[in-house]
Design a protein around this ligand. Structure first.
Ligand code: ZN
Ligand code: ZN
Length: 367
């Protein structure tokens, strides 16, 4: 087998055009399983050939501990894909979750990566029993237990909780899974005997989080089976009231899918109600923002006047400006401190009025 052919070699614009031309409806779905896999490299190559032939695109992590996949494929091939999965003992009957709101353009290529772990959680797994997980709860039971007063904990990162979450849930300030899990242990340390309910996007992080909390002495831990994605599906199928409000943050180009019409967040720049999520368009900044339509227009889809000034320059000038500059690690910076961002914007606007520029270093840069 020519291993070098088993990966994508095209540029993004070529891939985008290919997807536009395809003209068949696609379904986006995700699944994972903790399962012992052997000869992971060889398996990766087999899956790549097999799935590529079915038009599968997406991001897949394989490791000795299992598989974690987010993919899209032509809807007409769903049955084939199911058969292909079921024909392998390790993946037989693995439940998948279909994304509810989806234009099928979530992924541009197929990437299957061999990793040490299927979720980068930063936890020392050998220190606790990862199979001693919390009780799996379906949507109706989760709602019921919430009504009875159980504590609800969001196991996602701060930027994922922003635009949607369960009513009254504890929302971590940390921006990594490991940070979130340690924060929760600390914040809840007096409540080890309370009933706690965990949830995350697709359920996979709660497997680890619940096992970890049980190891830490929590006695009554439940977790939302299939995560928010499957909760939304069950709510719709059974006509239940959604206690999850707003949008679900997802890890593809869409950034979010709507679960209910509630708007639970505010624009980081002006403070009005908004759950429009985007990244600062100044490419070295790329900060994740909740930004209302009016601010998007005012700041040219950027986080600040400073980034706007760069972003609005001719592309060649931007390129010269970027030369030798490293990408700033501002991606999640404003989330816990939107007031700080607003202060910076006010200061920058004053300077801009005074000096006509926020980037004096631009003088002398020519394309
Ligand atoms: Zn705004
Ligand atoms: Zn920016």
């Amino acid at each position: 087998m020519d291993v070098h052919r088993l990966r994508n070699l095209h540029r993004p614009d070529v891939l985008k055009a290919r997807l536009e031309r395809e003209g068949v409806p696609r379904t986006t779905l995700s699944f994972y399983r903790y399962v012992r896999l052997k000869e992971v490299e060889a398996l990766r190559h087999e899956l790549y050939s097999e799935w590529e032939a079915l038009g599968v695109l997406g991001r897949v992590y394989l490791s000795q501990e299992g598989i974690n996949a987010q993919v899209s494929l032509p809807t007409q091939n769903l049955d084939h894909f199911r058969t292909a999965l079921d024909s392998r003992e390790a993946f037989q009957g693995v439940p998948w979750k279909i994304a509810v709101e989806d234009d099928g353009k979530s992924f541009l290529k197929l990437a299957i990566k061999v990793k040490k772990k299927i979720v980068a959680d930063g936890l020392a797994d050998d220190a606790f029993d990862v199979t001693n997980v919390g009780e799996h709860l379906d949507a109706a039971t989760f709602n019921q237990k919430m009504a009875e007063g159980a504590l609800v904990i969001d196991m996602r990162n701060n930027y994922e909780c922003l635009i949607g979450h369960f009513e009254g849930a504890y929302l971590p300030k940390a921006d990594t899974f490991r940070g979130a899990i340690e924060e929760v242990r600390e914040v809840m340390k007096e409540k080890k005997n309370a009933e706690v309910l965990l949830y995350c996007t697709g359920g996979i992080r709660c497997e680890k989080a619940s096992a970890y909390l049980k190891h830490e002495g929590f006695t009554n831990v439940g977790q939302l089976h299939g995560g928010i994605i499957d909760y939304a599906r069950q709510i719709r199928a059974q006509g239940l009231a959604s206690k999850y409000k707003g949008q679900n943050f997802v890890f593809d180009e869409r950034l979010a899918e709507r679960i209910t019409d509630d708007v639970v967040s505010t624009c980081m720049q002006c403070g009005t109600k908004s759950d429009r999520i985007s990244n600062c368009q100044e490419v070295t900044c790329n900060m994740l923002l909740v930004q209302c339509e009016a601010c998007a227009e005012k700041y040219a889809e950027c986080c600040s006047p400073s980034c706007r000034e760069i972003h609005l320059l001719p592309e060649e000038v931007q390129r010269s400006w970027r030369k030798g500059r490293s990408t700033r690690s501002t991606k999640t910076k404003a989330i816990n401190d939107p007031e700080g961002l607003r202060r910076r914007i006010r200061e920058e606007e004053e300077l801009l009025t005074l000096n006509g520029t926020l980037h004096p270093e631009l003088t002398g840069i020519s394309p």
